[in-house]
Design a protein. Structure first.
Lengths: 293, 271
């Protein structure tokens, strides 16, 4: 048997168990997702091709617009906050503390804990009248603390704070790995040259951390766009539509209202958002990311 | 020097405290009566701990069944993932065949498509297959993850090709190489994949929310959600249930922290 043919046979026998599942349950749905966005279908009457109608409806649907802006609002605050917090934590932990592992574990744990359980706890903590957070705020003299998840103004910040708390440790671990990859001799050289702490950070640490920063930024953006669990538990998109985000609205339209076509069209827009941001990121990467090799 | 240590230590201690605070509050509330839960100032260690809360939850809802369902799903999905992903990854990393790159690109391309984008066509497909409201739907959905293939391949790439080549010259079959050389070498990667899958399946909410409708199929996350909506004023019981839902993850996390961190480095930074 020819070497290529033999290799092919062997390779496919290794691939097959995974590939069949991947093809049927991931690849085909990916392709079908696009097609579904051009139909009207409530799953009871027959599927009907409607061209771009779903997208036109979207433009007039105030809930979609709100969900779209809320997703940007959530992402726009969560991403920078998480990055600043996790980077500062990583920098502090990297300063040769002896018990790095314990602190790393403590910060990483909220990321591993189930969002559902954690969101339930935060919902209690945020309770406007009885919650420990507001009781504490009243104790220190804030007589009229925010009503958090019960207020249209504060519900989104409440979800954002909880989300930053939950994921900061995860990105901190990534930053720590990035920091440990910076060759120590660069700092020695900088010290000999008389660089200050700030100069070392600005001209050694920061440039060499940009690959990690790039990765963290990309991941964090995608994760934030996908926010769902904590919204479902803490606010159900409310009060009113104050925390209605895209995935929540897509879920409602698809699985509660059975508007599969319309929900698919929104899912397509949602995907384009993610794709657009990711491509933009990779384009921009050349401008600011420094690779050591 | 010592002064700088302290300067660094203080913010770390403060943030560690903030990270643990909600968990401490949860644990403390789970051992109180409903009236005591919101008492202020907080009584962190309840004078009269209500241990029976941890007994009541098992009879108030079908918590045992939810636990069992979740363990069942987690174990089956994790085993299937380990088997199928490590095999496929071997082909991608160590066998030279014409379609290798094209197929791998298909895997990678779907890696950036979030579940939320394809959940609708997947659901329609599963409904056609008559699998909605069955655990099998979630198993099939999560057992063949492109992420697992990617993670394992990244690790296999770091195994020198010479090792594989010399085994081939020695007459070992490809499956023999996979089983006798690659699998033993890739224990850390397998451990990372096991933990990621375990935590993902254990904590998954949207998947079960879409597919599992009958009460007897619920996973623990759905169970907690249901508990909250049915007994919204049973604060301490809700907290006790939440603590119980976290315990397996805490154990796995404490035992295998190293692999979490290694797995992150493997999938992320070597990208």
């Amino acid at each position: 048997m020819k070497r290529t043919t033999r290799n092919r046979l062997v390779a496919y026998s290794f691939l097959l168990p995974n590939f069949i599942g991947f093809l049927v349950f991931t690849l085909i749905p990916v392709l079908a997702a696009l097609g579904l966005s051009f139909v009207k279908w409530d799953s009871y009457s027959p599927m009907q091709f409607v061209g771009l109608r779903n997208f036109q409806i979207m433009l007039k649907d105030s809930s979609f617009k709100i969900a779209f802006w809320n997703t940007l609002y959530f992402t726009g605050l969560t991403v920078p906050l998480t990055i600043v917090v996790s980077l500062m934590l990583a920098l502090a932990l990297n300063k040769g503390l002896r018990s790095v592992k314990i602190f790393r574990a403590i910060h990483f744990f909220p990321h591993v804990a189930s969002t559902i359980a954690v969101a339930v706890v935060w919902q209690f903590l945020y309770h406007p009248d009885m919650g420990p957070l507001n009781q504490f705020l009243r104790m220190i003299g804030i007589t009229d603390p925010p009503r958090w998840t019960a207020s249209t103004t504060w519900a989104m910040p409440a979800v954002i704070i909880m989300s930053v708390w939950k994921s900061a440790g995860y990105y901190m671990v990534m930053f720590l790995a990035g920091l440990q990859g910076i060759p120590p001799h660069l700092y020695e050289v900088a010290t000999i040259d008389g660089a200050t702490v700030w100069q070392k950070f600005r001209y050694v640490t920061l440039p060499l951390l940009t690959p990690t920063l790039f990765f963290v930024l990309t991941m964090n953006l995608i994760y934030s766009f996908k926010v769902f669990d904590q919204i479902y538990i803490m606010t159900q998109g409310g009060p009113g539509r104050a925390t209605m985000v895209l995935v929540y609205y897509i879920y409602m339209q698809a699985f509660i209202n059975q508007n599969f076509g319309y929900a698919s069209a929104m899912a397509a827009v949602f995907f384009l958002m993610i794709l657009g941001v990711t491509i933009f990121q990779f384009r921009l990467q050349e401008k600011w990311v420094t690779y050591l090799d | 020097m010592a002064k700088r240590r302290i300067l660094v230590l203080i913010p770390i201690l403060v943030s560690s405290f903030l990270m643990l605070l909600p968990f401490a509050w949860m644990l403390s509330a789970s051992l109180k009566t409903n009236i005591e839960v919101f008492k202020f100032p907080i009584e962190w260690i309840p004078q009269n701990p209500q241990w029976q809360n941890y007994v009541t939850i098992w009879s108030k809802i079908d918590f045992g069944l939810y636990y069992f369902n979740t363990i069942k799903l987690t174990v089956i999905i994790t085993m299937l993932q380990l088997a199928t992903c490590s095999l496929a990854a071997y082909a991608f990393a160590k066998i030279d065949f014409p379609e290798r790159n094209a197929l791998f690109v298909a895997y990678i391309a779907t890696l950036i498509v979030p579940f939320q984008v394809i959940m609708i066509p997947q659901f329609i497909l599963f409904r056609r297959l008559g699998l909605v409201n069955r655990h099998l739907a979630l198993i099939l959905l999560q057992a063949f993850s492109p992420f697992g293939v990617f993670l394992m391949r990244q690790f296999y790439l770091s195994v020198p090709n010479e090792l594989v080549e010399s085994a081939r010259i020695d007459g070992l079959s490809e499956f023999g190489i996979y089983r006798k050389i690659m699998l033993p070498l890739s224990k850390p990667a397998l451990a990372s994949l096991t933990i990621f899958t375990f935590v993902f399946v254990w904590n998954d909410f949207l998947g079960p929310l879409i597919y599992l409708h009958s009460g007897n199929l619920r996973t623990i996350q759905l169970g907690i959600r249901m508990f909250v909506s049915q007994y919204s004023a049973e604060y301490s019981l809700i907290m006790a249930a939440s603590v119980c839902s976290l315990i397996p993850v805490i154990i796995v996390f404490l035992a295998c922290q190293k692999y979490f961190v290694e797995g992150i480095a493997l999938t992320g930074l070597k990208g």
